[in-house]
Design a protein around this ligand. Sequence first.
Ligand SMILES: CC(C)(COP(=O)(O)OP(=O)(O)OC[C@H]1O[C@@H](n2cnc3c(N)ncnc32)[C@H](O)[C@@H]1OP(=O)(O)O)[C@@H](O)C(=O)NCCC(=O)NCCS
Length: 150
Amino acid sequence: MQLRKATEQDKKEAIKIAQNLKEWFNAEGIKNMKTDFKLNNLVVAIEKGKVSGFLCYTTNCGKMQLIWMGVKRDTQRKGTGAKLLKWLEKEAKKYKLHSIEVETLPDEDDYEPYKKTRAFYYKNGFKKIFYKKARVKGWDDQIVLEKVIK
Ligand SMILES: CC(C)(COP(=O)(O)OP(=O)(O)OC[C@H]1O[C@@H](n2cnc3c(N)ncnc32)[C@H](O)[C@@H]1OP(=O)(O)O)[C@@H](O)C(=O)NCCC(=O)NCCS
């Protein structure tokens, strides 16, 4: 597997992967993701010439912000997500950033798909630092997880 900054074609393939992960990404999520892919950075994992995973990120005042990530359903749990994260950590180190932050659904939320997402972040060394109450009708409460870069 190889990682690279996404080409325009890679971005389209990454969106297709996300559209196929409907338990995590609804229509609103996909719409936001398309905008975020345009305005921020995207790294992709390539297997047999095809995109198998993606990670969208930006930086903000000395911190790395992980905006979206996803791995093709039939390639999940084989280390692709961990490799994408390692890439992001390397990038964060290169720019001497303090940490990587990501938002996700709270631990108390028992929606099964996001329990797996949190398990992934916790397994990779993220710790909860804030609880964010939803301010806008239709939005969910979120927790902010952090991985300090050493
Ligand atoms: C979260 C995600 C990016 C991780 O990528 P991945 O390549 O599957 O992850 P890795 O193989 O590096 O790590 C596997 C770990 O992730 C968690 N995990 C990932 N998929 C899982 C699944 N289907 N069931 C249970 N745990 C899962 C577990 O902690 C697992 O560790 P384990 O196998 O020792 O139990 C991927 O599963 C995914 O695309 N999920 C749906 C979208 C999503 O949640 N995106 C993040 C929010 S934007």
